[in-house]
Write a protein that binds this ligand. Structure first.
Ligand code: GLN
Ligand code: ZN
Length: 760
């Protein structure tokens, strides 16, 4: 065997953020898309960002540095390109970069690939399509170029690849092809060739990511892992192989991997468990890469506890390296720009850069003993201790109120009785028409927000402008003849941040951007303490809108599960407890809205599906508390107040029973693209309340015709009957243009009238 000897590394992360500390990549890519820069300029921004990332990691003291974790859009799409797996409609585009962005975003002629959630994070990847025509071929240029560039700067570079099992499991079969995983044997030789190329180019180590092994998505995961890594491990010309698992424990796949010839295995010891390691004797000759620093939440590590975990592993493996639990792609770059943080909270946080320091500190303790880092451990202990002292983390009054509501039990009356009171109060026609909440975020709205930020207008001036927007949206809806109106949400920058900014217990960072997909970034609020609502958050807006019309205006709230899903959440108590605190705040808001005369309140839970655990065995428990929190948030009102909810972005399959259990009076769901199948599915789950299956797809600029919407309604009617059917688009309208919205809603109202007329 001509395998080069590799030295085990001791300190690393599994990957890094790439959008740029000040979102430089976002700006460069968007300028390129707009035709305002050329490719050379884009490539130079990208190269500069990569180098800055590597050198920062090297300076911090990592002795093995991940490369090829950079991406102009998405690393799964990069992998599809590397394996020659772009669908024919995209592959036909001659220019490489045009092809890449066409796959991600589409063009006038080409439909883009789908996008979906990367495991249970808020990052979205591009879903590769594997069809009968896919013939894999290796295109290693990107990874080789990044490796060369890093090595030229003296970086101890470790190329990172999405592994073959994960790649295929995340892909989608198209054009009648069988399950993509069936083609594993075709991919393995390509990976073997690639390993040869990487070794030739001087790579001592390669990291192959197989997070799919921590899920139940692949039936014979252990077997496949053993087969794939036996094959790759046996190849002659290759770097040392480090197989990384993360986001959970690989269970049976761990001993399987350990039986192969790979040199290192990575475990997420933040979400997985270190006990499993002792039970795998085959690890005795491996390097164990211990992910003890949480790569996806923003809390400072408990160094003492992490050291304990590391110590427990020492006897079980040939060597132990310290790492983050996963790529730090999912946290912001650095705490440095956060000037508005108070000292206590700051001391408890660690963003990407701070996590690297923690890794280095722990590795030093392993090497030189605990005393060598005594100061850092003391600082970590002191920071943790501030949690007990910080009154914001234990607000007795809120805890007592919550406990007493939970102890007394909560719930609404029977759905049929609620329906009777609501019908009597609302007197809506059959097939009532409505929208999901937001209307287009117009240029005026954005300008007003910018003006407020820059100080060009004051708060009162801003509120006045937003109220003018509300009035315009109400006028438009009356003109269109909708039955249940909304205020349009112009005052909300984001449906979670808007509430986070008004609730105690949340901190909104200034620069805590995290890539969501492509050039899109989000700034998740940090939920660090007990959640307290000091005063009503939406009542002024909704009652203002209601004052302008005789039709009912829906109050709009974001549900507890979605608020959790789109925030960084405290880890010092169970998620379920945090969810209930948020639910209590929302519940108080619903009661205030009801008191102000609002008859319909919508509590959005678009993220219900997102937080679903990766392992089957954990799902029931999650759905239990998630549904419980929603019901807590919506059961403070009386029977005559109608509760709506809205869900989207999903194959609802696994959560369909939970949607029924939410027991909202009216549930609107994304359905336009799935041909109303959701309606039958909900019936099948025993749901008998009203339902508003989205009758057209708002993600597309296309204006749906009246006949087409009417056909969708008739399809839905066949499953639910006119007394249960609502008519609405499939999501909020904020990303659409005004003209599209007006034309589409006009057709929607017409379609509802037609179908109604045929009923009577
Ligand atoms: N009410 C929100 C809106 O209309 C719902 C958004 C969502 O479903 N993600 O924008
Ligand atoms: Zn939606």
């Amino acid at each position: 065997m001509s395998r080069t000897q590799s030295t085990p590394f001791t300190t690393t992360t599994l990957g890094s953020p790439r959008i740029g500390p000040n979102r430089e990549l976002k700006r460069a890519v968007e300028r390129y898309w707009a035709g305002r820069t050329d490719r050379a300029e884009l490539e130079s921004v990208a190269a500069e960002l990569r180098r800055r990332t590597w050198s920062a990691l090297a300076e911090a003291g990592l002795d093995s540095i991940p490369v090829n974790t950079f991406s102009l859009y998405d690393h799964v799409l990069d992998t599809a390109v590397m394996l020659g797996a772009l669908p024919p409609r995209v592959a036909a585009i001659p220019d490489e970069l045009d092809r890449y962005f066409a796959a991600a975003r589409g063009t006038d002629e080409v439909v883009p690939l789908e996008m979906t959630k990367w495991f249970d994070t808020n990052y979205h990847y591009i879903v590769p399509e594997i069809g009968p025509e896919t013939s894999f071929r290796l295109h290693p240029d990107k990874v080789l170029a990044e490796l060369d560039d890093a090595r030229a700067q003296g970086i101890p570079a470790r190329p990172v690849l999405v592994g073959p099992i994960t790649f295929l499991a995340l892909s989608k079969a198209v054009d009648g092809a069988g399950a993509p995983l069936g083609r594993l044997d075709e991919l393995l030789p390509l990976y073997r060739d690639l390993l040869g190329r990487l070794a030739d180019a001087g790579a001592e180590w390669v990291q192959i990511d197989e997070p799919i092994l921590v899920t139940d998505a692949v039936d014979d995961a252990a077997q496949l892992a053993e087969r794939a890594y036996q094959f790759l491990g046996d190849s002659h010309q290759r770097p040392a192989i480090f197989v990384a698992t993360y986001f959970g424990a690989p269970n049976g796949a761990l001993p399987a991997l350990a039986r192969t010839a790979v040199e290192a295995i990575g475990l997420d010891l933040v979400s997985g468990s270190e006990q499993a390691v002792a039970a795998v004797p085959e690890l005795a000759d491996k390097l164990l890469v211990a992910g003890v620093v949480d790569g996806r939440n923003i809390w400072r590590a408990d160094l003492e506890a992490a050291l304990g975990k590391l110590a427990a592993l020492l006897g079980s493996a040939a060597a132990v390296a310290v790492a983050t639990s996963c790529s730090t792609l999912h946290v912001p770059y650095s705490l440095a720009p956060e000037t508005e943080l108070d000292d206590a909270l700051r001391s408890r946080l660690a963003f990407g850069a701070e996590k690297v320091t923690e890794v280095v500190t722990l590795a030093r303790a392993l090497r030189d003993g605990r005393d060598a880092v005594a100061e850092a451990i003391e600082a970590s202990n002191a920071a943790l201790a501030t949690r007990t002292a910080d009154p914001r983390l234990h607000v007795a009054a809120v805890r007592a109120r919550l406990d007493s509501i939970l102890a007394a039990g909560f719930g609404r009356g029977p759905a049929a009785e609620r329906r009777t009171s609501q019908d009597a109060r609302l007197k809506l026609p059959a097939l009532p028409t409505t929208t999901i909440g937001s209307y287009p975020q117009t240029v005026e709205i954005r300008q007003a927000r910018a003006a407020l930020r820059s100080g060009a207008i004051d708060h009162a001036g801003y509120v006045a402008k937003m109220k003018a927007e509300v009035a315009e949206v109400i006028r438009l809806q009356e003109e269109l003849g909708l039955d249940v109106l909304v205020h349009g949400e112009p005052e909300r920058n984001d449906m979670v941040q808007y509430f986070a900014e008004q609730l105690d217990g949340f901190f909104a960072s200034q620069n805590g951007w995290v890539q969501s997909y492509g050039s899109r970034c989000v700034r998740p609020p940090i939920l660090f303490g007990d959640v307290v609502r000091q005063k009503p958050m939406t009542v002024e807006w909704i009652t203002y809108a209601q004052s302008l019309t005789g039709k009912p205006v829906k109050g709009m709230l974001t549900g507890p599960v979605t608020i959790l899903a789109w925030s960084f959440v405290r880890d010092d108590q169970p998620l379920a407890d945090t969810a209930n605190q948020v639910a209590l705040a929302i519940r108080d808001e619903t009661v205030d809205l009801q008191h102000a005369g609002i008859a319909i309140i919508q509590v959005d839970e678009p993220a219900l599906r997102e937080l679903l655990p990766l392992r089957r065995k954990d799902k029931d428990d999650y759905l239990n508390w998630a549904v419980g929190a929603f019901r807590l948030s919506t059961s403070g009102v009386n029977d005559a107040t109608q509760i709506h909810t809205h869900l989207c972005y999903s194959e609802f399959g696994e959560v369909i029973g939970a949607i029924a259990d939410l027991d909202a009076d009216v549930t609107s769901v994304e359905a336009a693209r799935s041909h109303m199948e959701i309606v039958g599915d909900l019936n099948g789950a025993g749901f008998s309340n009203s339902i508003g299956p989205g009758v057209y797809d708002i993600h597309s600029p296309r204006v749906p015709g009246t006949a087409e919407i009417a056909a969708a309604l008739r399809l839905a009617l066949a499953a639910v009957g006119p007394e249960r059917l609502w008519v609405n688009p499939d999501c909020g309208l904020k990303t659409r243009h005004q003209e599209e919205v007006v034309a589409s809603l006009r057709n929607m109202v017409d379609a509802a009238k037609q179908v109604r007329a045929a009923q009577s």
